[in-house]
Design a protein around this ligand. Structure first.
Ligand SMILES: Nc1ncnc2c1ncn2[C@@H]1O[C@H](COP(=O)(O)OP(=O)(O)OP(=O)(O)O)[C@@H](O)[C@H]1O
Ligand SMILES: [Mg+2]
Length: 250
């Protein structure tokens, strides 16, 4: 399952939410977080990791082999102290944009058996990462709840819904109710992301928090993960044996 997380403007917390979502994913499947933000990554700097193995290796691996061959994702990732597997991007656009372009042509590396939470960063109409949005099973648009951002979201929605199979909004620090926001932008609100500076710092590798699973940001991320996992479960094609039994398949 491929879950894309992205924004349209500002820095509303895409990388932070991607890390939170991957580290609290509710189902038993193996999960990893991939930084495919063409403007460059932050996770390696946050956690003082080398940039390899990472996105450049993943992009190279996705290009080689046959379409049906699975990419060895562990060879392209590193493990954070808490246990989350991450595929980090180089810090600059110069070094990242080519890798994102390659992956966009070969998204099979992201669409294997595991759950991949991919940070697409800030999307623009000419982003190569748009192809990754199209490859995703579900996409979370992160936006702050201010009027200017929501206006931007509203204008972008018609173009985005054509590219995304299942699209919803994570509103950061909203001042209005979810139904008001949803009516205003014509997208479901899947998460209300609270301001939670301590947990955001924790996810940047700065400081500890006691009982992380009780922190507001991680609780919201977990609830969002449950919504997405449940959708994937109900949207999955029926077991062919059952479908045949019911006369729904040849
Ligand atoms: N819910 C939150 N509460 C408090 N601080 C947050 C929250 N989410 C993110 N932050 C902080 O805001 C800053 C920007 O977050 P982040 O890097 O995740 O945004 P982004 O959308 O990925 O930005 P960019 O487009 O530059 O990659 C970081 O310092 C992060 O720790
Ligand atoms: Mg980011």
């Amino acid at each position: 399952m491929l879950v894309a997380v992205f924004s349209l403007a500002g820095a509303p917390g895409v990388t932070t939410l991607s890390l939170a979502l991957a580290s609290t994913w509710p189902a038993a499947e193996s999960v990893w977080m991939v930084e495919a933000d063409a403007s460059g990554g932050d996770v390696a700097a946050w956690w003082r990791l080398p940039v390899w193995p990472g996105l450049v290796d993943l992009a190279a691996a996705s290009r080689s082999g046959q379409d049906h061959e699975a990419v060895d994702t562990t060879a392209c990732s590193q493990v954070l102290p808490g246990g989350l597997r991450v595929c980090v991007a180089p810090p600059t656009a110069e070094r990242t944009v080519g890798a994102v372009g390659l992956l966009a042509h070969n998204p099979k590396a992201l669409t294997g058996e595991e759950v991949t939470v991919v940070d697409l960063g800030r999307l623009t109409p000419d982003s190569s990462a748009l192809a990754l949005l199209e490859a995703a099973d579900t996409a979370v648009l992160v936006a702050s709840g201010d009027v200017a951002q929501l206006k931007r979201v509203k204008e972008a929605v018609p173009g985005l819904t054509g590219r995304s199979a299942h699209l919803g909004l994570a509103v950061v620090d909203p001042t209005r109710s979810s139904s008001e926001v949803s009516d205003a932008v014509d997208l479901p609100v899947w998460a209300r992301v609270p301001q939670d500076a301590r947990t955001a710092a924790f996810l940047r590798g700065q400081g500890e928090v006691r009982r992380p699973h009780r922190r507001p940001l991680l609780r919201q991320a977990r609830a969002l993960g449950r919504t997405l996992a449940e959708h994937a479960r109900t949207a999955a094609p029926p077991d062919p044996t059952v479908a045949r039994f019911l006369g729904e398949a040849p």
